[in-house]
Design a protein around this ligand. Structure first.
Ligand code: PLP
Length: 364
């Protein structure tokens, strides 16, 4: 008789062929003193938030399934933006919202288009939803002109366009005229992923275009400026027919009752939640200015809570890690040689990062 481990591997069912060589997606979660690699907010939720959630969940009937379409949560999210609940949809993080969009509007006979560099989950979500994808290069400043945008949709005829704005990992917003060109030059669902928009000046949001562009969808999250990455709650703003279509792919009761309450309380306490945004923006500008002082690094303009930094050191990520600072390594990605992305943390954490960089690179 063969050993149990051998037997187990004999019995293994081969995973889908296109997944065989795939590494699970995700930034390393290492236990180091300074973690600046996943674009969370360093400050915890406001005082009193968890107490209020704790108080409200006492009344839940957890023996019953939750409100399936999450109507009250969606109404709360819609109300703060002057929309009706039928134009808002929520799921477990904006990644799940994006996944549901590709489940509904992607698929083997459809095509998705996104920009490069851009959010690295888009190719993953296309793969698992079996959606063929094309990537369009941003220019050397990582910007998208209306001309390139129009040409891209004319050439590729996408069904879904995914645009992170502010862009991750670059940090800059995508110009509205390019978004409009992609919308008007195609029949695609144009999804603008505003995961970091609350850190930026309000004029960068495409919210004012929502009623004007009939196939525009805005995706947002409570993971970043709302300081609730641990809650896993994201949402979208869209025409009501998109929300109707997403109900066809969502799992029944996908949002648990505790999360729905926690989301409603967060919306009610929005001002307290978002009160730190100016501090983060000021810290970002301070870190970027300190980096610009150095002649040996390039820092890209950012309106988000992170900055993309390029240095001519092959192992910058590992060298910073040796100093106890975890950042996100993009150096092996196309067009991002030498780049790491640094989340803006507390002032002390940011100083530790700057000092670590100085140790690694020397006086610049
Ligand atoms: C551009 C962008 N979109 C979406 C997400 C997903 O966030 P979540 O699933 O936590 O809402 C992220 C997270 O890093 C992101 O950077």
């Amino acid at each position: 008789m063969s050993a149990p481990a051998e037997q187990a591997s004999d019995q293994r069912v081969p995973v889908r062929a296109d997944l065989a060589a795939v590494e699970p997606y995700g930034a390393p979660q290492l236990d180091v003193p300074v973690r600046l690699n996943t674009n969370e907010t360093a400050e915890p939720p406001p005082a009193g938030y968890l107490e209020e959630v704790g108080r409200r969940i006492q009344g839940l009937e957890l023996n019953r399934y939750p409100d399936r379409p999450a109507t009250r949560l969606r109404a709360a999210l819609a109300g703060r933006l002057g929309l009706t609940a039928d134009r808002v949809w929520a799921a477990n993080g904006s990644n799940e919202v994006l996944q549901q969009l590709l489940q509904a509007y992607g698929g083997p006979d459809r095509r998705a288009l996104f920009v490069r560099p851009g959010y690295s989950m888009y190719p993953e979500l296309c793969r698992t939803s079996l959606t063929p994808a094309v990537e369009v290069d941003l220019d050397e400043r990582f910007e998208l002109s209306a001309e390139v945008a129009a040409e891209a949709v004319a050439t590729h005829g996408p069904d879904v366009v995914l645009l992170p704005s502010p862009n991750n990992p670059v940090g800059n917003p995508i110009a509205h005229d390019a978004i409009r060109a992609m919308h008007d030059g195609s029949r695609a669902l144009v999804v603008v992923d505003e995961a970091y928009i609350e850190f930026a000046d309000a004029r960068h949001s495409v919210l004012p275009l929502l009623d004007e562009l009939p196939r525009l969808v805005i995706v947002r999250t409570l993971s970043k400026a709302f300081r609730l990455a641990g809650l896993r709650l994201g949402y979208l703003l869209a025409p009501a027919w998109v929300v109707d279509d997403l109900q066809k792919v969502r799992l029944p009761y996908h949002l648990d009752a505790i999360k729905q309450v926690a989301g409603i309380v967060a919306v009610e306490q929005e001002d307290a939640f978002l009160e730190h945004r100016r501090r983060v923006a000021a810290e970002r500008d301070r870190v970027a200015a300190a980096l610009r002082e150095r002649s040996d690094v390039e820092v890209f303009p950012s309106v988000a809570n992170f900055v993309l930094v390029r240095a001519a050191v092959p192992d910058l990520f590992d060298r910073l890690l040796e100093q106890g600072v975890l950042v996100r390594d993009f150096s092996s990605r196309p067009r991002l040689a030498g780049c790491v992305r640094v989340t803006i943390g507390t002032a002390e954490e940011n100083d530790t990062f700057l000092a670590a960089l100085q140790t690694v690179l020397g006086e610049g």
